[in-house]
Ligand binder design. Structure first.
Ligand code: HEM
Length: 330
């Protein structure tokens, strides 16, 4: 039901985009107003989220620890899995962001009919997540050819590597195949796995459907129905230079593609996709675990009124002396 409702929203959006893209006025709105609105929402939303995270109090270290903490010099500590210095936390963060190290250790539990509950490593999820994120990044970097003039040298280099196998005409980009395969896997596991289906919300399906629509329309433009790439570049350059133009005859599919990219950007800060920024501000990830080496006192703790032994001794000095009890301070 939740998957269907997410799909229904995407189908409605697709219908709206398709109808609007067929008219001059619709193309003008999708090609100028909507991308700016989407980017404005993206920026404002991300800033609000980052301010929200930054203002959350983190009075002590709540680092995720996955190995031996540093203690005595002769006990080997896990410097990567339980970093005790800022540099160690940076190293762990870099590996997490680039290689999804924690997901690599992901396990799933399964109740097999003939066996008991089995816990097993789930490397396929890790591979699919890496394939999706890296393909997405490479595709975005390749798209710089639309937004920059002169085109940075990185772009043709990426295109050569990505099109290495020189299959099909125009050359098939590996990332195009990978992103669709990875997205279908990520969607399939939610739909086919009973436990995951139970846990999944419409907000888990919606971004997958939006991303699949963006990838599919992009792939159709490149390999099936051609669009006017010169016009597309003119439109993209107009957007980034704040002189928006909508050249005639680019093709309906391009505007559908652009509309869904705008939907993705506008939706991003308010969705689970915001983990892109959140991972860097996560106190379980970005802090070194020095809880034993340093005392962290919460700054808003109320001042504790104490009555020290010295004060107590002073208070009852005469009685202690009279009872013959030895004193710390004669
Ligand atoms: C989230 C952002 C975006 C994603 C994930 C995305 C994805 C894709 C994919 C997978 C393709 C297939 C071919 C290829 O990989 O190059 C494609 C093609 C295309 N995209 Fe995007 N796209 C995005 C943003 C944009 C934007 C903002 C524009 C506006 C200029 C755009 C314009 C195009 C065009 C014109 C093509 C056809 C390229 C060709 O025929 O060689 N895309 N896109």
């Amino acid at each position: 039901m939740r998957a269907w409702s997410a799909l229904a929203i995407v189908v409605v959006l697709l219908g709206v985009a398709w109808v609007a893209s067929g008219t001059g006025g619709g193309q003008a709105v999708i090609g100028t107003v909507i991308p700016y609105l989407a980017v404005a929402l993206f920026l404002a939303g991300m800033v609000a989220r980052v301010i929200g995270w930054a203002r959350s109090p983190v009075p002590f270290r709540i680092t995720t620890t996955c190995g031996q903490q540093r203690s005595l010099p002769w006990i080997p500590s896990a410097t990567l899995d339980n970093p005790h210095t800022g540099w160690g936390a940076v190293r762990r963060m870099v590996l997490e962001v680039l290689l999804f190290r924690s997901l690599f250790r992901n396990t799933r539990s399964e109740l097999r009919p003939t066996e008991r509950l089995v816990y097993e490593s789930d490397k396929v999820l890790w591979v699919a997540a890496l394939a999706f994120h890296w393909s997405f990044l490479v595709i975005l970097l390749r798209h710089l050819r639309f937004f920059l003039e002169p085109i940075p040298r990185l772009v043709p280099l990426l295109e050569t590597v990505d099109g290495f196998f020189q299959l099909t005409v125009p050359t098939l980009f590996l990332t195009d195949a990978l992103i669709v395969a990875a997205l279908l896997y990520l969607l399939g596991r939610r739909v086919l796995n009973v436990q995951l289906r139970y846990l999944s919300l419409a907000a888990d399906y919606f971004p997958l459907f939006v991303l699949l629509t963006i990838a599919t329309t992009g792939i159709l433009m490149r390999y099936v129905t051609k669009v006017d790439l010169v016009g597309a570049k003119e439109l993209a350059m107009g957007l980034v230079t704040f002189h928006p133009v909508v050249p005639q005859g680019i093709g309906t599919l391009f505007f559908v593609h652009l509309f869904f990219v705008s939907v993705l950007f506008a939706y991003f800060p308010f969705s689970k996709l915001v983990h892109m920024g959140g991972v860097f501000l996560s106190p379980t990830r970005n802090l070194a675990n020095n809880n034993r080496a340093r005392r962290h006192v919460s700054p808003w703790n109320p001042e504790v009124k104490v009555h020290t032994y010295e004060q107590w001794e002073e208070e009852f000095r005469d009685k202690l002396v009279a009872a013959g009890i030895p004193l710390d301070k004669e």
